[in-house]
Design a protein around this ligand. Structure first.
Ligand code: SF4
Ligand code: SF4
Length: 349
């Protein structure tokens, strides 16, 4: 607890400018699922960083003042040393998140106590659709089991939903279903953006996942505003506003802050602004390059880039100083505080 408090304060004192707030670390390329919108599972296996190399990387991110560290993959729970990695990282960052496709979390509860959030991917309440999206027969059953068990055991479980053409109509019902059970939902948006030089191959062309019109997306983001008032949805109002403007007026009210507010690391320790972009350096080189002219130039290129609408990248593109971060975190916890105040007032009444 003290470690967390100390890390929260110390990350605000980072000497690194701009302040990197958010990092996604693709710890492994291994995956036991076969999602139709992902190429990671079909890539030839490469070496992964050893646990000691990962720890050295964690120290670098800690020294840079990273606030929100996400371990993803592949499935990071397939790493035999994931317990050691999580235990090492947890006290060093205010927010440590790990992703699972639902297949392993229920079997690794003790390990997952060292994460602040465990995001379990589930895209539909229709078992046949969920299994088809994940490319394995029991995906729905396993994800539901993991989500409900983690909630029952008091872990910080979050349902991670990728909104796509084939499920957009049922995402509001999914938010309600989990919201009624006090389980938050975090959203991503399907895009087909993989290219030869992308650092991580997510986003495979899939006709079933394609959106057919911007209108359904505009209506969807409008409906989220109301849903967010009633249920815990991890999508902040600034991002929501940006998406509403984008889908109704076709304009971006933000500049991408890749390699400023956020970046990513792959399983071999290569760093890139986002998973669509090619690598720019090794993690070990990052502290000395962060303030360099080369990085200043790369940042300017990212600011001009309009390739993607990945929601966490849009959200962190709005976070450029500590005040923005405080607003974002307040928004993130707003639902919880509002419920708390409501309970207090109904008890008094
Ligand atoms: S999207 Fe995630 S769970 Fe699905 S195959 Fe890719 S890495 Fe595995
Ligand atoms: S807009 Fe930003 S996050 Fe998206 S592809 Fe371009 S550089 Fe990457």
């Amino acid at each position: 607890m003290m470690g967390k408090l100390f890390s929260s304060l110390s990350c605000l004192l980072t000497p690194y400018k701009p302040h990197p707030y958010h990092v996604q670390w693709f710890l492994t390329g291994k995956c036991n699922y076969r999602c139709r919108t992902c190429q990671i599972w079909s890539q030839p296996q490469t070496r992964e960083l050893t646990v000691e190399e990962v720890k050295r990387g964690i120290d670098i991110l800690h020294a840079m003042g990273v606030v929100d560290l996400v371990f993803t993959g592949g499935n990071p729970l397939l790493r035999g040393d994931i317990a050691e990695i999580l235990k090492y990282a947890h006290p060093k960052f205010p927010l440590v998140t790990i992703y699972d496709n639902g297949s392993l979390a229920s079997k690794k509860l003790d390990i997952l106590r060292h994460a602040d959030r465990v995001c379990i991917s589930l895209h539909s309440l229709n078992p046949a659709l969920q299994n088809a999206i994940a490319g394995v027969p029991n995906a729905f059953r396993e994800a539901m089991q993991s989500i409900l068990l983690l909630k029952k055991k008091g872990l910080g479980v979050v349902v991670a939903v990728t909104v796509a053409g084939n499920n957009i109509h049922e995402v509001p019902a999914l938010i309600e279903y989990f919201g009624e059970r006090e389980i938050p939902v975090i959203l991503a948006l399907y895009s087909d953006l993989s290219s030869e030089d992308s650092l991580v191959k997510i986003g495979t062309p899939d006709p079933c996942s394609q959106f057919h019109d911007g209108e359904s997306l505009r209506k969807f983001f409008q409906s989220l505003r109301e849903l967010k008032r009633r249920y815990p949805v991890h999508l902040d109002f600034k991002t929501l506003e940006a998406l509403e403007a984008f889908f109704s007026e076709g304009r971006r009210n933000w500049q991408c802050q890749a390699l400023s507010s956020f970046f990513m690391v792959n399983e071999l320790g290569w760093v890139s602004g986002c998973h669509v972009m090619p690598p720019v350096c090794r993690l070990g080189e990052l502290p000395s390059l962060w303030g360099s002219e080369k990085f200043a130039e790369l940042r300017e290129n990212c600011k001009l880039c309009e390739k993607c609408l990945y929601l966490c990248y849009v959200a962190y593109s709005h976070i450029r100083r500590a005040r923005n971060l405080a607003e974002y975190l307040w928004d993130y916890k707003r639902y919880m505080w509002e419920r708390f105040l409501l309970t207090l007032s109904s008890e008094k009444g």
